[in-house]
Each structure stands twice: as structure tokens, then as C-alpha cells.
Design a protein around this ligand. Structure first.
Ligand SMILES: [Zn+2]
Length: 96
């Protein structure tokens, strides 16, 4: 196995050292409710429009996966706030 590099801080992670894999999957979900407004649209026209889009674009709209390697420090930072939400009056020390 070759040396890995942290996807976040770019620090090399020597062979044999602890590293973390981060996989993020973003996919479309459906709550089972069809919006009434959709009945007013020309569904055949909409379908033809969607068929003309590049396949990769449609796939990305439905499913997207990211794979990262994290060093232990970046794993802690990521896990503390995975959605990168604003932290009110909270200071996080990110120095090494
Ligand atoms: Zn890192």
C-alpha cells in the first residue's frame, strides 16, 4: 500500500499510520406525495426534455458519492461539525 494524503489538509499519512475513510452519499429521495401542480404540466414534453439531458447530469441529480481520506485530526474536525453549520460563539482550535 502506498502512502496516502489527507483529502482535507493534504498532509501525507505515512504507511502504517491511522487514517479514516469518509464516504458521502447524496441521493434523491421521494416522500410518496405527488405535487398537484405537476398535473398542469405537459408530462410528455417534460419527459422529452429530461431525455435530452446528458446521462451523467441526470445521474448526478439522483446520486452523487464522494470518497475522502482523512488524517486523525481532520477526522475529529469533520465529525465535530459534518454539515459545516455556523457555530455561534464557539471557538475551535485548529492549530497543530
Ligand atoms: Zn488532515
Amino acid at each position: 500500500m502506498s502512502q496516502q494524503k489527507c483529502s482535507r489538509c493534504a498532509k501525507p499519512i505515512p504507511v502504517g499510520n491511522l487514517l479514516y475513510r469518509l464516504t458521502i452519499k447524496v441521493y434523491a429521495d421521494f416522500d410518496g406525495v405527488i405535487n398537484i401542480k405537476a398535473q398542469n404540466m405537459d408530462l410528455k414534453k417534460e419527459f422529452e426534455k429530461i431525455k435530452s439531458y446528458p446521462e451523467e447530469l441526470i445521474e448526478e441529480e439522483v446520486f452523487k458519492e464522494f470518497d475522502f481520506v482523512l488524517c486523525p485530526r481532520c477526522k475529529e474536525i469533520y465529525c465535530a461539525n459534518p454539515l459545516h453549520l455556523p457555530l455561534d460563539n464557539v471557538a475551535i482550535d485548529t492549530d497543530d
